[in-house]
Design a protein around this ligand. Sequence first.
Ligand code: SAH
Length: 396
Amino acid sequence: MTTYPKVILKKGKEEALLRFHPWIFSGAIEKISGSYKEGDIAEVFAASGRYLATAYLLSGSIAAKVISFTQQEIDKAFWKSKLLEAYQLRERLGLVSSDKTNAYRLVHNEGDSMPGLIIDIYGGLAVIQAHSVGMYELRNVFAEILQEIYGEKLKAVFDKSSESLKKMTGFKVEDEFLFGSMPESEILENGNRFMVNAVSGQKTGFFLDQRDNRFLLAKYAKGRKVLNMFGYTGGFSVYAANAGATEVCTVDSSAPAIELCKANVKLNKIPAKNHKGVVADARQFLDQTEDGQYDLIILDPPAYAKNMDARKKALGGYRSINAAAFRKIKKGGLLFTFSCSQVVDRQMFTSAVTAAAVDAGRKVRVLHQLAQPADHPINLFHQEGEYLKGLVLSVE
Ligand code: SAH
């Protein structure tokens, strides 16, 4: 059995761990014994000497994140059992062998008891994104295990940690293929086809977290004139057009995203006259659009608040962009509005949207409350994992 560095907590600071919350704050730590560096595995003990958890070390106010609440050797077999557990959940969700969907999140941070790790599956391509040094150092182990789990089906594993790691830790690394080489993958999502470019795209290449919400949108898109704001590569747009929307306009500030969006429209054999892709700032686009133009608008902005300090400003941002969108909707139209800011909770978001409806002078009813899908699970002991919130609103 390996001897791990020991994290000894201050007296009384074990409460959160006894409730299985996976974070250990630096202020709770009395001392760390043994030699260690960021990313190393350590065992965590209460002041009484009782074993509490095994965690990897971080620098910063969160000093460690838990990977196990049982004392055990942390080796390849340990990680394989964790990845298999994640895989089996996706199997039970019907995502692994569906003939309509072949892209899903295999590992979602604390939701899969692997804080700081994301693995997305795009058909034969797996994309790893580490948000911590501890997880980054294991990337080759994960790549090996993925090959063992998926066998022939897996053609390539791409590590895309450079951006997330730099943001979270300041570490500079290069993105790279750990196995095979497949920068682009064509995926199926509820029967809709998309090209995903893991290398040049945002995040791991595609926003898988909107899959269920896109499916719901398809139900309402027929015969409607649709505006997809912050549309990226056309996720919502392709669903809408395939479901019979009369006209779809996709707006995004990223030129490469709109280019890929247009390619996705083509890939789905949607007549070119039914879709328009516009590279523009969302706010400016809305300001230049006549009121009451659209039957259905989707508003899916990037996270306006990345931390608590930015929250107030973010709420103002949600209010003003939603008010602008309300004004562009026809009487009886629909607004699909989202927030993916983790620090803005559902109630705050709903309040901002309510203020926006007042600003725009529209009567609004809530038809659906939306969230992240089941392959982005929330660990009940770490409810901070809930980040995606959405409302479907009927606008009079
Ligand atoms: N709805 C998309 C995901 C949106 S992610 C999907 O289903 O795939 C947020 C998007 O907002 C990104 O594509 C980003 O390029 C775009 N974006 C960021 N700031 C913007 C702005 N000011 N105006 C327009 N688009 C913006």
